[in-house]
Design a protein around this ligand. Structure first.
Ligand code: B16
Ligand code: MG
Length: 216
C-alpha cells in the first residue's frame, strides 16, 4: 500500500445533508416529490446526473438551457450552506488518519465528484494533507467509471494495485474496484456489499487497519 485516495462527501465530511436540502428546495419549487430515500440515489454522482434523476420525477420536459439554470440554482443554494462548514464538520477519525498517513510517508489524493471539493477542503482546513486533488472538470466519465480514481493514482505516480480507495457510495466502490484498487466502504454491509473492507463509521479507520487489511 503506497497511497490512499479519498472520496469527500460521506468520507471526509457529511455534505450529503446540504445536497439533500438544496435538491429538496429545488424539487419543491418544481412541485416534485423528494425525500431522503430518493436522495440516496444522488450520492456520488455528478450535479447534472443528479438533476436528470430529479427531473425524471416530472412529466414535463426541460431544455438544456433550463437544466443548466436549475443546476446553477441548486448549486447557489448549496454554496450558501457549505460557506458555514468549519473544521468541526470533519467526520470522526479523519484528521487522525490523514496525519498518520503523512507521518508514514504514504501519498494521499482526493477523488470527489464535487466541483466544490477544493472549497470544502479549505473550509475544513485539511487541504494541506493532500498530495493531489483531482480536478473533476477534466473527468469525462463519472463514478462508477474508474476514470477519477485512475487519474488520482496517475497524478500520484502510484500503480492502482498499490492504492486504497475509500468511499461511502455504491457507485464509488464500483469505481475503485474497476480501477483495480483495494476498496474500503464506509457504511452498512448491505450497502457496501462489494467493498473489500467495510467499516461502520470513519471513526474505525486507521493506518494499522488499512495496512493489516490490504491485500492485492
Ligand atoms: P457538486 P463525492 C458528490 O461528492 C456528492 O456525493 C454528490 O451528491 C454530488 O452530486 C456530487 O458530489 C457533485 O457535487 O454539485 O458540488 O459538484 O461523494 O464524490 O465527494
Ligand atoms: Mg461520497
Amino acid at each position: 500500500m503506497r497511497a490512499v485516495i479519498f472520496d469527500l462527501d460521506g468520507v471526509i465530511t457529511d455534505t450529503a445533508e446540504y445536497h439533500y436540502l438544496a435538491w429538496k428546495s429545488l424539487a419543491e419549487e418544481l412541485g416534485l416529490p423528494f425525500n431522503k430515500d430518493f436522495n440516496e440515489k444522488l450520492k456520488g454522482i455528478s450535479r447534472m446526473e443528479s438533476l436528470e434523476l430529479v427531473l425524471s420525477l416530472d412529466q414535463g420536459s426541460y431544455s438544456e438551457e433550463q437544466k443548466l439554470q436549475l443546476a446553477a440554482k441548486k448549486n447557489d443554494l448549496y454554496k450558501t450552506m457549505i460557506a458555514q462548514v468549519t473544521p468541526a464538520d470533519l467526520l470522526p477519525g479523519i484528521e487522525k488518519l490523514l496525519k498518520e498517513l503523512k507521518e508514514a510517508g504514504l501519498l494521499t489524493a482526493l477523488a470527489s465528484a464535487s466541483k466544490n471539493a477544493s472549497f470544502i477542503l479549505d473550509r475544513l482546513e485539511v487541504a494541506h494533507y493532500f498530495d493531489h486533488i483531482v480536478d473533476v472538470a477534466l473527468i469525462r466519465q463519472g463514478k462508477p467509471d474508474p476514470e477519477i480514481f485512475l487519474t488520482a493514482a496517475a497524478k500520484l505516480g502510484v500503480a492502482p494495485a498499490d492504492c486504497v480507495g475509500i468511499e461511502d457510495a455504491e457507485a464509488g466502490i464500483q469505481s475503485i474496484l474497476a480501477a483495480g484498487m483495494f476498496a474500503v466502504g464506509v457504511g452498512t454491509p448491505a450497502k457496501m456489499q462489494q467493498a473489500d473492507l467495510i467499516v461502520s463509521s470513519t471513526e474505525r479507520l486507521s493506518l494499522s487497519l488499512l495496512q493489516s487489511s490490504f491485500i492485492k
